[in-house]
Design a protein around this ligand. Structure first.
Ligand SMILES: [Zn+2]
Length: 449
């Protein structure tokens, strides 16, 4: 590890490796592979990162599975000593913010690309990667999402929040990668997509949905082979609409600042990328039907900013272990439930405080009435919900609100919650231009009324 590779070679190598590993690494061979890579990355971090050296002390790398965990707050507070290139947090942050406000997006410190994640202000993550890591990421993603390599190559268009040069530079040979920022007006996006129709169209489901309205109206006329949902939870009703309107499969990439964690296979199942990251789990809730976990990830490749035993803020429902017919032995995610911060709390009849998951609340609202075109649910304090409904044309608020109220009350009663303060009003959810769309949100304590 660590041998310098040209970005072109790294791209080709990671492409080949990604296809090979996906089918070949099963069971004990996968565990060995992860073990070898993890020990190597822990050793590297200890030698080059003062933060990790101090955190791990004399603990041997063979015990990497039980090393102390970190999270976003710890990473950001220690970024200057955590990265292995001696980049100061202030320098990286200044560069990234300047690039973002100028909409130039070419943020670099030396040979490193600096990116900012799209979290709420104060909770934004920062990442530093070099050219080789960037090429490796691209080769892997393309290998795992591209249906097949055609003679004319693969044309990919991505709409995303971060517009760093991570994406802009990837236009070479058989790979044409166009990137647009989410601030791109829909009219302009439609024109550009019509003149350069992509084979793969990727973006947050809320933006893809806005494009699908134009496709339905006949203004957008593209025939992608596949849509790829990124950055936001893909809800079943949105997935169905996208699939019907574009007449193609809708797959997912589950990726965050900290790594590429899940990619859909050809069968549409979201596989953990177990040759890139080790996903250890902590149980949040286990029932007979499903197991909800929060992941602790270890990136097996990144050296500039090593991500080791890093606790994510997400809740996942994992599928029971069983082989997928695509041939990969990598585990699969049944659902991305939402963020741990957005788990809502209600007082139960016996006075104890119960957790209700964002996905459960989403289902209550969606099943209530077909007239809900869009919605948003905010918990401002325990045992309360504010529900904003955007209705299909012709629907009447009072009627729909009554149905939604009944559905939520019945859903909560099933969980042992008899009493909740529900406010139901008309309104549009917060849109995608400034933040990720989260349809169920719990406000942090300082924002509570
Ligand atoms: Zn599969």
């Amino acid at each position: 590890m660590g041998a310098a590779m040209s970005p072109g070679f790294a791209l080709a190598h990671s492409f080949w490796l990604a296809r090979h590993n996906f089918r070949r690494l099963h069971g004990a061979a996968l565990a060995d592979y992860q073990d070898r890579r993890a020990q190597s990355i822990v050793g590297f971090a200890r030698r080059h990162s003062p933060f990790y050296a101090a955190l791990y002390g004399a603990e041997p790398a063979t015990r990497w599975r039980t090393l102390p965990t970190i999270d976003k707050a710890v990473m950001m507070a220690n970024l200057s000593t955590l990265n292995t290139r001696q980049v100061k947090l202030e320098t990286a942050l200044e560069t990234a913010l300047a690039a973002e406000s100028s909409r130039d997006f070419r943020s670099r410190v030396g040979d490193l690309t600096v990116g900012l994640s799209s979290g709420t202000s104060g909770h934004r993550g920062l990442f530093l990667i070099d050219e080789q890591e960037q090429a490796r990421w691209a080769g892997t993603v393309v290998a795992r999402v591209a249906p097949r390599i055609r003679r004319h190559g693969v044309r990919i268009t991505l709409f995303s929040m971060s517009g760093s040069n991570l994406y802009q530079r990837l236009q070479r040979g058989w790979l044409s990668f166009q990137h647009f920022n989410l601030a791109t007006p829909i009219d302009e996006a439609v024109t550009r997509l019509n003149s350069h129709p992509p084979d793969l169209l990727a973006g947050p489901p809320s933006y893809l949905h806005a494009l699908s309205e134009r496709q339905l109206a006949g203004e957008l006329r593209i025939r992608p082979e596949r849509l790829i949902s990124v950055a936001e939870v893909l809800e079943p009703q949105i997935e169905t609409q996208l699939r019907e309107r574009f007449a193609c499969a809708v797959h997912q990439i589950y990726q965050c600042t900290e790594g590429l964690i899940g990619v859909s296979c050809k069968n549409g199942r979201l596989h953990l990328q177990e040759d890139l990251v080790v996903v250890q789990t902590e149980s949040v809730e286990a029932t007979a039907e499903s197991q909800r976990v929060t992941p602790i990830i270890t990136d097996l490749w990144r050296q500039v900013q090593p991500i080791i035993r890093y606790r994510l803020n997400d809740i996942l429902a994992l599928c029971p272990a069983e082989a997928c017919s695509c041939g990969s032995g990598f585990r699969t995610i049944e659902r991305i439930e939402g963020r741990l911060d957005d788990v809502c709390r209600f007082a139960a009849s016996d006075g104890s405080l119960l957790s209700v998951f964002p996905a459960t609340i989403r289902r209550m609202v969606l099943l209530a009435s077909g007239a809900v075109r869009d919605y948003e649910v905010i918990q401002e304090r325990d045992s309360q919900l504010r529900v904003r409904l955007a209705l299909a044309s012709g629907a009447e608020l009072n009627t729909v609100a009554t149905l939604v109220r009944k559905a939520i009350e019945a859903g909560l009663r099933e969980q042992g919650i008899a009493d909740a303060d529900l406010v139901i009003e008309a309104g549009e959810p917060q849109r995608f231009t400034t933040k990720k769309l989260r349809r169920v949100r719990r406000l942090p304590a300082e924002e509570t009324i």
